[in-house]
Design a protein around this ligand. Structure first.
Ligand code: ATP
Ligand code: MG
Length: 268
């Protein structure tokens, strides 16, 4: 398949120790026999929104989890603002994680806690705020994602799209500098999806948040992204500004962004 894909770009960073942002440096990961990431390189500049696209099962969620070291690479290194995440001891790793908000693909809410408690949990862990302040901040974030009125419900009482938005409220509750969004608009109606796109843009513009957005939703990708990278067979096979991607005449890139079954990427 490699001859039908674009020539992989050189995304290596000469000196990750002085790079303001995130550097993924030759990261490889396998599960059993399956190689998921294969010497993957990627760099995210401070303040930008990078969209990662790629077919299902190509390792996008696995890549995001490596950035905050929820998964350990077999080989390679990850750097954040010059710190090698993959080498940090537990305590500095916990400090660094405070800069990150993560929206998990499956929302990952605790079933036995109310929505408000789920959102406030991270504040309980990392601040000494009184309960009222924690609740007020959680409510503020729920309002931002359009979930006023769900505060005291259990996640099981929410629809899939509402859970997704609750997960997003939790991702932003600590006012993170970096947000990792795993499929932020999947399962949302088009109007809510666009409101989430607007929120992603607002967070970047007003708070200078640096984001990595994994998505299959090309309308969202083009709207929120500054740059776009495509993961295939464990590596980034295409990379460019959203305008470059839009204007690309490469058949594999066009197939993906136009969502067609026929083309060099095949179906399965
Ligand atoms: N913890 C794990 N243990 C074993 N295999 C895993 C684990 N996590 C992911 N995988 C495998 O790694 C591959 C990539 O998974 P990943 O979830 O990153 O795909 P993805 O690109 O996010 O797909 P999708 O678009 O469907 O979300 C899959 O084959 C998956 O089965
Ligand atoms: Mg995924």
């Amino acid at each position: 398949m490699s001859d039908v894909l674009p020539t992989p770009p050189d995304l290596s960073v000469a000196d990750p120790t002085s790079f303001a942002g995130v550097v993924v440096d030759q990261v490889s990961k396998r599960f059993g026999e399956k190689v998921v990431l294969d010497r993957c390189d990627l760099a995210i500049n401070k303040g930008e929104t990078l969209v990662v696209v790629g077919r299902s099962g190509q390792g996008k969620s696995v890549l995001l989890k490596h950035i905050v070291r929820l998964l350990e690479p077999d080989e390679g290194r990850i750097w954040v603002e010059g710190h090698e995440v993959t080498a940090l001891e537990r305590s500095p790793l916990m400090e660094l994680r405070k800069k990150f908000g993560m929206l998990f693909q499956g929302s990952a809410l605790f079933d036995s806690m109310t929505v408000c408690e789920n959102i406030g949990l991270i504040l309980e862990e990392h601040t000494d705020w009184p309960d009222e302040r924690v609740r007020a901040r959680a409510c503020e974030c729920l309002e931002l994602v359009g979930l006023v009125g769900t505060e005291d419900k259990l996640p099981s009482a929410l629809s899939g799209g509402m859970k997704k938005r609750a997960g997003l409220a939790r991702a932003i509750v600590m006012e993170p500098e970096y947000i990792l969004y795993d499929e932020p608009t999947t399962g949302l109606d088009p109007i809510t999806a666009d409101a989430i796109n607007d929120l992603i843009i607002k967070l970047q513009r007003e708070l200078n948040v640096t984001s990595i957005v994994v998505t299959h939703d090309m309308a969202s990708a083009f709207k929120v992204g500054d740059r776009m990278a495509m993961l295939n067979d464990g590596r980034m096979v295409f990379h460019g500004t959203v305008d470059e991607v839009r204007g690309s005449d490469h058949p594999a890139v066009r197939q993906f962004i136009e969502g067609r079954a026929d083309g060099p990427l095949g179906v399965f």
